[in-house]
Write a protein that binds this ligand. Structure first.
Ligand SMILES: Cc1cc2nc3c(=O)[nH]c(=O)nc-3n(C[C@H](O)[C@H](O)[C@H](O)COP(=O)(O)OP(=O)(O)OC[C@H]3O[C@@H](n4cnc5c(N)ncnc54)[C@H](O)[C@@H]3O)c2cc1C
Length: 401
């Protein structure tokens, strides 16, 4: 068993952890990163849909940081879609403009890690953090056995089921409701419109979630879905929902016939909004570990980048100037808290609607592309609280007929 001392220890070398590591080292901090994977970025557990910086400026108007960080170098972009198509349970389709890069995370994530290493951060792969103790030690396991390290600040960038979040008592209570099992295939030999990203809603398709088709090129797609256990009446798993979507949804029957599956992957998406607490005296939570995902669409790359940079700055200001870590929570709330909370409000309303396919159809038609595009961009045309109450009343009224 060996030990070591660091200014900052980061658990997880995804986008959030790598950006935090880069910034912490840039500020002169001795920084170490652990990830249980063999290779950074692989397997890809992501649809790779990242709106272009101009769209992100519109989605997160208070965070120039997010738009700057999401300006991904061209060599990591495999395609650009200019439209989003939403399909209702009865396959009524609504299209609107939303320009997005489709990035190659198998290459982009390692690039972020290389940038952190170039600044001096040490990244250790095949190293699993088993737990964090109350005295801020990390117990690790790797090929050489168990190790213990200590750090002044620990950054939990360890995804939706974060052990670091658990260690500060900050996890979701209702996992069936707030965690979404998601699965994705990369398929080739598909005829698709390379200009359009598609989203499919319906209780039979993905209860409490949606299915997506994201074109990586004219013939290759990321096709996947996320659902939530609290919205199912069966024990069906994500894999079986996806197989049914591919083989029997009217949009897919023809175009998927000759399709070949190149890769399969699955992971969990946090859908319960930001955790109630994203810091402690010596811990910061970032990215999925903090619940920083837009609950109205499941996207978490932009906020992982923005939150990662803020966490690196917060750690440096804490260690150099004794600034309390609560600064971090105030900072992310200022930059993207309102949008994440609106997105959660939208999902809560959708939760009440999506239990019925006919109600979902009706509401999507009522909203039309004009309002659907606002909802996807985390915007309600009226205050969330008011909308929530109005919808509940409306639903009560409808169900009384
Ligand atoms: C199927 C799917 C599709 C998605 N599609 C999109 C999309 O199209 N667009 C979008 O914006 N978002 C998408 N997301 C969400 C997006 O992938 C995440 O929000 C984003 O990757 C979050 O980055 P992160 O750095 O917080 O976490 P991650 O990228 O999940 O990285 C966490 C890292 O922590 C490591 N780790 C975990 N536990 C430990 C431990 N105990 N010890 C050591 N290492 C550990 C993991 O190995 C992993 O490398 C999708 C998610 C899924 C599952």
């Amino acid at each position: 068993m060996s030990t070591g001392s660091y200014d900052v220890a980061i658990v997880g070398a995804g986008p959030a952890g790598c950006i935090a590591a880069k910034v912490a080292t840039q500020h002169g901090l001795k920084t170490i990163v652990f990830d249980s994977r063999n290779h950074i970025g692989k397997p890809v557990q992501c649809g790779e849909f990242l709106p272009i910086p101009e769209e992100l400026k519109n989605i997160f108007p208070n965070s120039a940081r997010i738009a700057r960080l999401a300006d991904v170098p061209k060599k990591f972009i495999t395609n650009r879609t200019s439209k989003l198509m939403l399909s209702s349970p009865s396959n009524h389709q609504f299209e609107f403009s939303l320009i997005s890069n489709i990035i190659d995370r198998a290459k982009y994530d390692p690039y972020l890690a290389e940038q952190a290493e170039a600044e001096g951060a040490h990244i250790h792969l095949q190293t699993t953090v088993i737990r964090r103790t109350d005295s801020n030690l990390l117990i690790l396991r790797n090929k050489s056995g168990r190790q213990i390290i200590n750090a002044k600040v620990i950054i939990g960038a360890d995804g939706a089921q974060s052990r670091i979040a658990q260690s500060i008592g900050a996890s979701y209570q209702n996992k069936a409701h707030d965690l979404s099992p998601a699965i994705q295939f990369v398929m080739t030999n598909i005829e698709c419109d390379p200009n359009t990203t598609e989203m499919y809603f319906g209780h039979q398709i993905a209860p409490g979630g949606y299915a997506w088709v994201i074109p990586k090129s004219e013939t290759m797609v990321n096709i996947g879905l996320g659902f939530r256990r609290a919205f199912t009446f069966t024990s069906e798993n994500a894999f079986s929902y996806l197989q049914r979507f591919i083989s029997s949804h009217p949009a897919n029957i023809q175009r998927m016939k000759k399709g070949k599956i190149l890769r399969k992957s699955g992971a969990i998406i946090p859908m319960g909004g930001p955790l109630s607490k994203t810091y402690s005296d010596s811990v910061l939570l970032v990215g999925d570990a903090a619940g920083h995902v837009m609950a109205s669409n499941g996207g978490g790359i932009p906020t992982a980048l923005g939150g990662g940079e803020l966490a690196g700055i917060a750690a440096a200001q804490h260690i150099h100037q004794n600034q309390p870590l609560c600064w971090y929570e105030a900072a992310w709330k200022t930059e993207f808290g309102e949008e994440l909370s609106s997105a959660l409000g939208i999902l809560r309303i959708a939760d009440k609607i999506m239990i019925s396919d006919s109600l979902t159809d009706w509401c999507m038609r009522l909203a039309g592309p004009r309002y659907l595009q606002k909802l996807i961009r985390c915007r309600l045309p009226f205050p969330v609280r008011f909308a929530s109450k109005t919808f509940v009343k409306l639903l009560a009224l409808l169900s009384s007929f």
